[in-house]
Design a protein around this ligand. Structure first.
Ligand code: NAD
Ligand code: MN
Length: 357
């Protein structure tokens, strides 16, 4: 029996709904496979915890998480707590303290799901966005002076280090090399931002020499939104900074039909610490409590988690089950259906158990 201990942090809004759905599906997979066991410990950290204790997680929270094989995360964000408090109080400290510097965000149009792009269907638009996840625009450096006065100044400092850029570039080239098309697009804004961004371009050229099999090109981030929309098939693997990739991957999720299907893996490639798996979407409090959150992103990120743990067969079985369900038109309202979170979850469990699978 292969056993994995997983810390679940469902947190806010629809986070608990989609993480519970993911745990149900993983329990089904466990039964189906027979030789794998997932042991979950659930943590009640998040905005409710913040309202009671004044912090999003206890001071030894990171210490508590270290012993797990992986972290399964929902979303943070509540209407009455500032967004920078929820983000910097829970999600970013985990990513940064555990040096999960590679944020891997696959995009694909799943069967049965309609892309807003004309003439794009299942199989088209097969991308992986690699987001630098440890520094850049989210380094947390900056300040405000003369608060509230007409001469007030706020700075938001983006920090790029040679070590940080080189390691994400290597990760992206290696990933591109492992994919059939061996295609990489390096995104920057090095026309306007002439320091850190120019360093990105230079390091891309250096790293490219070690990966002669990869065909690569450079794009400015603004032009990249146009290319993603008008020439989606020209892209495969994409690497970008923390902020740029954050924005581009929301666009990618929308082009694949909904944010509700887009997953993400926050990976420590050196495996010193647990990696963290979550949907890209936030707490979506506009639909929280209604039972209609799309659980597909939470399922897909669970498949990413299985892959990371070395459970390749479980991962592909889970994705096949998800694709069978979306292909059969069992869809939540965000992707044009009328199914509930529970309907989709039960359908995926049934698909996992069906004998011809
Ligand atoms: P959001 O991703 O929560 O929602 C954007 C839109 O997509 C909403 O209309 C929502 O209903 C829809 N949507 C998202 N996920 C869905 C799903 N699984 N099924 C169906 N529809 C879904 O982004 P937002 O509304 O800008 O932010 C809400 C809160 O979430 C804010 O507090 C924000 O800071 C936070 N947030 C957190 C994370 C995170 O925890 N990683 C990411 C993004 C936003
Ligand atoms: Mn985001």
């Amino acid at each position: 029996m292969r056993e994995y201990s997983i810390a679940a942090i469902p947190a806010d809004g629809i986070g608990p709904e989609v993480i519970a759905a993911g745990q149900t599906v993983l329990a089904s997979l466990e039964m189906r496979l027979g030789d794998v066991k997932f042991t979950f410990e659930n943590f009640n950290w998040g905005s409710d915890y913040y309202r009671k204790h004044g912090v999003m997680m206890p001071s030894d929270g990171l210490e508590q998480l270290k012993k797990f094989d992986a972290i399964y995360f929902g979303a943070v964000g509540a209407p009455n707590v500032p967004d920078h408090v929820t983000l910097w109080g829970l999600r970013l400290p985990i990513c940064q303290s555990f040096d999960q510097y590679a944020n891997v965000r696959p995009t694909k149009i799943l069967p049965g799901i309609t892309s807003p792009l004309r003439n794009c269907g299942a199989g088209d638009l097969d991308w992986v966005i690699v987001r630098e996840n440890s520094e850049g625009e989210y380094s947390g450096h900056g300040g405000r002076a003369h608060r509230g006065l007409p001469e007030e100044v706020g700075t938001e400092v983006a920090i790029f280090t040679r070590v940080g850029v080189t390691r994400i570039m290597r990760y992206a080239f290696r990933l591109a090399q492992s994919r059939p098309r061996k295609l990489l697009t390096v995104v920057t804004k090095s026309n306007a931002q002439r320091h850190g961004m120019v360093m990105w371009d230079e390091i891309a050229c250096e790293v490219a020499e070690q990966f002669p099999a990869v065909t690569w090109d450079k794009m400015l981030v603004d032009a990249m939104t146009v290319r993603m929309t008008l020439k989606p098939r020209s892209l495969d693997t994409i690497v970008a900074t923390n902020l740029h990739a954050d924005i581009l991957s929301d666009l990618a999720g929308a082009l694949a039909g909904s944010l509700g299907v887009a997953p993400t893996a926050n990976i420590d490639p050196e495996r010193r610490f647990p990696s963290m798996f979550e949907p890209i979407h936030g707490s979506a409090f506009d639909i929280a409590g209604k039972g209609i959150a799309n659980p597909v992103a939470a399922f897909w990120t669970a498949a990413q988690m299985l892959d990371h743990l070395g459970e390749r067969e479980g991962s592909s079985r889970l994705m096949r089950a998800v694709e069978r369900v979306t292909g059969a038109g069992i869809l939540t309202p965000d992707v044009g259906g009328s199914a509930t979170t529970l309907d989709v979850t039960e359908a995926v469990c049934d698909a996992l158990h069906s004998s011809n699978f």
